[in-house]
Design a protein around this ligand. Sequence first.
Ligand code: SAH
Length: 276
Amino acid sequence: MTDKPRSHGRKAIAPSLRPRELMSDTPELAGAWTAKVITLFPEVFPGVLGASLTGRALQEGLWQLQTIDLRRFGVGRHRNVDDTPAGGGAGMVLRADVVAAALDEAAIGTPPRRALWPVICLSPRGRPFTQAMARRFSQARGMTLLCGRFEGIDQRVIDHYRIEEVSIGDFILTGGEIAAQALIDATVRLIPRVLGNQASTEEESFSDFLLEHPQYTRPAVWEGREIPGVLLSGHHGEIARWRKAMAERLTKERRPDLWRAYCAKHGRDPEEDQEL
Ligand code: SAH
């Protein structure tokens, strides 16, 4: 266990090292978007974020990751971080004073304005995570993510620090770490230069309330199934029309909520027939 926040993927270090080996006691890479993660399990970071495009961008210093081990702030000889729920019931709750001490350390060197530096708690009670939130987070200088465990976190610390609660869906995970990695992944890929091809983030699902059209690649015939002919026609106008029509049809069939939002934005009647 270290006594300081650990940072992952600093530019100063040879890019041949793997992200997990890039931890250092000297955080802050000037200017790079930074995720600070408060967790009882710092060893699970960078996790999946160390792979592929997000991993390469981490090594290149396009963003940085710092974990803050909640255990360091525990009380007493056993460094206790949790206690039984007030009012009784099963499980344990993370203590307000312990979490507050970690938040105070995370706040060092970060702007106090939440718009510049969102402070987030992963929670099934939070607002559902969306692409629009990822975009907002990517436009900040960084963010702090607080990972819950057990039955969750004392509500007073969430209220006192004006923490934004975010959920990744209507199911219960064992802890906030997987959810934190999901938020960071979706956010980091919107940072310029992280994805090689920026255009791709503008055409993806949800950019305009639409799910993306289906994708195909070689071989041209597989198990007797052909790629839709229009995609092989070389006719860019028709390909674009086909993709748009497929995106609209899929959205209407699968996600009536998104379809209504899309129709409202584009002045369309949600009941109209989708012809292909
Ligand atoms: N007793 C809580 C669940 C606690 S799960 C309840 O019923 O609401 C333990 C921790 O896992 C939470 O504190 C949170 O940080 C994380 N977690 C669980 N499900 C999540 C979800 N859907 N989205 C984000 N975080 C989640």
